[in-house]
Design a protein around this ligand. Structure first.
Ligand code: SAM
Length: 329
C-alpha cells in the first residue's frame, strides 16, 4: 500500500496518534481529577470502536504509523481487546502501544500478549502505599505492582513506568524507582507535571524538575550513563545507571523544550482531534463522521489539525483548561 507522509507547517513529520478510548477511570489521581470525579460524558457522545477504526484508517493512509491507546483508563472499556487486536492487524500501522494505570493489568496481560500487543506503559507515581493512596485516592498499589510483574513475565518489551513528579509528595520515591532498573528490564521515566486545570494539588512556584531527579539518582544510586534515544523512546532523554539492566528516562515538558520534535496528534474519546496537548484547540470529527462524511472529508479535518499544530506551547495557557481526564493522556 502507498502511504503518504504528513508534514505540519514547521516541517515536522506527524506520524503518531494518541487515541483516548474512554473518559472513565478506576483511579482518581489528585492531579488529574477532582475527588468527586468528573461529569460523565454521555455514552452516545463517546466514539464507537468502528468509528475510531474509520478515523485511524484515514489517518493511516495519510501518514500515521504509530498509535497509542489511552484514556481515562483504557482497560476499563469493554471490548478493548478486540479493538486492540484490529489495530494491531491494521496494515500500515507499525506500532501499537497502550498506556494504563496497571490496576487491571495482572488479569489482562496474558490476553493482551495473545492478541499481539508487545509493549506497555504503566503510570505509577509512588511505591509507598500511603503516598499511592493519597495520589490515586485508592488502595490499589499491590494490583499495579502485580500488573507490572505480570507484564514482565509475559515478555512485554519495553515495559515502561511513567512517574509524574509531584512536588512535596513523591520526591522520596525517586531513588526506589531508580533502583527498580538495577535488576529489572524496566524503563522508568520521570515526567514533569504539567499545569492542567483539573489539578487539585496547588502548583508550586518551584516545581520538582527533572534536573532534581537526575541529581538525586547520581547522589544516592549511582553514575548515570547517557543512552542513545531509540525509536520507542519518544521525547525522553535516556540514561542507564552504571551496571543496571533497565533504563531511566526524563521527560521535561515544563523545563525542557521538546516541541520542536513533536510528531503527534490526539484523538479524544469524544471524537475531537487535538493538534497540541497544551493548546485548547480541538477539531470535531464525530459530527461529520456521524453525518456520513466521506473519507476525503475526514482526511481534510485531519490535515487541518496537522496544519494547526503550533510550533510550541505556552504551558501557562492550559492552566485554566481541562485535565488529562478529558483530553486523554
Ligand atoms: N489511565 C491511564 C494511565 O494512568 O496511564 C491513561 C490515562 S492517564 C491521563 C495518562 C498519563 O497522563 C498518566 O501517566 C498520568 O500520570 C499523566 N498525567 C495526567 N495529568 C498529568 C499532568 N498534569 N502532568 C503530567 N502528566 C500527567
Amino acid at each position: 500500500m502507498i502511504q503518504l507522509a504528513l508534514y505540519d507547517l514547521h516541517q515536522r513529520v506527524i506520524d503518531y496518534l494518541r487515541v483516548s478510548i474512554t473518559d472513565l477511570c478506576n483511579l482518581r489521581c489528585v492531579y488529574c481529577r477532582p475527588p468527586e470525579g468528573v461529569p460523565l460524558i454521555p455514552h452516545e457522545d463517546i466514539l464507537r470502536y468502528e468509528e475510531f477504526l474509520t478515523i485511524i484508517g484515514v489517518a493511516r493512509d495519510m501518514g500515521i504509523r504509530k498509535i497509542r491507546v489511552t484514556g481515562g483508563e483504557p482497560l476499563v472499556r469493554r471490548g478493548v481487546l478486540g479493538f486492540l487486536e484490529k489495530l494491531i492487524a491494521m496494515e500500515g500501522i507499525e506500532d501499537v502501544g497502550l498506556t494504563t494505570n496497571g490496576v487491571l493489568l495482572a488479569s489482562m496481560a496474558s490476553d493482551l500478549r495473545a492478541i499481539g500487543l508487545k509493549r506497555v506503559n504503566v503510570s505509577l507515581d509512588s511505591l509507598r502505599r500511603e503516598t499511592f493512596k493519597y495520589i490515586t485516592r485508592s488502595d490499589r498499589l499491590d494490583e499495579v505492582l502485580a500488573g507490572i510483574q505480570e507484564a514482565l513475565d509475559r515478555g512485554f518489551h519495553p515495559v515502561k513506568i511513567n512517574v509524574v513528579l509531584l512536588q512535596g509528595i513523591n520526591e522520596p520515591d525517586v531513588v526506589g524507582f531508580a533502583r527498580l532498573t538495577l535488576e529489572q528490564p524496566l524503563d522508568v521515566r520521570f515526567i514533569e507535571r504539567m499545569p492542567f486545570g483539573a489539578d487539585t494539588v496547588p502548583n508550586s512556584p518551584d516545581p520538582f524538575s527533572s534536573l532534581a531527579v537526575l541529581n538525586m539518582i547520581r547522589e544516592q544510586v549511582g553514575e548515570l550513563l547517557p543512552q542513545e534515544r531509540g525509536p520507542l523512546d519518544g521525547p525522553a532523554t535516556m540514561f542507564r545507571i552504571k551496571g543496571a539492566v533497565g533504563r531511566i528516562g526524563i521527560i521535561d515538558p515544563v523545563t525542557g523544550h521538546f516541541c520542536g520534535t513533536c510528531n503527534r496528534l490526539r484523538l479524544t474519546a469524544r471524537g475531537t482531534l487535538r493538534p497540541c496537548l497544551l493548546s485548547g484547540q480541538e477539531l470535531d470529527l464525530r459530527t461529520p463522521l456521524r453525518r456520513g462524511a466521506s473519507r476525503d472529508e475526514i482526511g481534510q479535518i485531519i490535515e487541518a489539525a496537522v496544519l494547526a499544530k503550533p510550533m510550541g506551547h505556552d504551558s501557562h495557557l492550559c492552566a485554566m483548561g481541562e485535565g488529562m481526564n478529558r483530553i486523554g493522556g
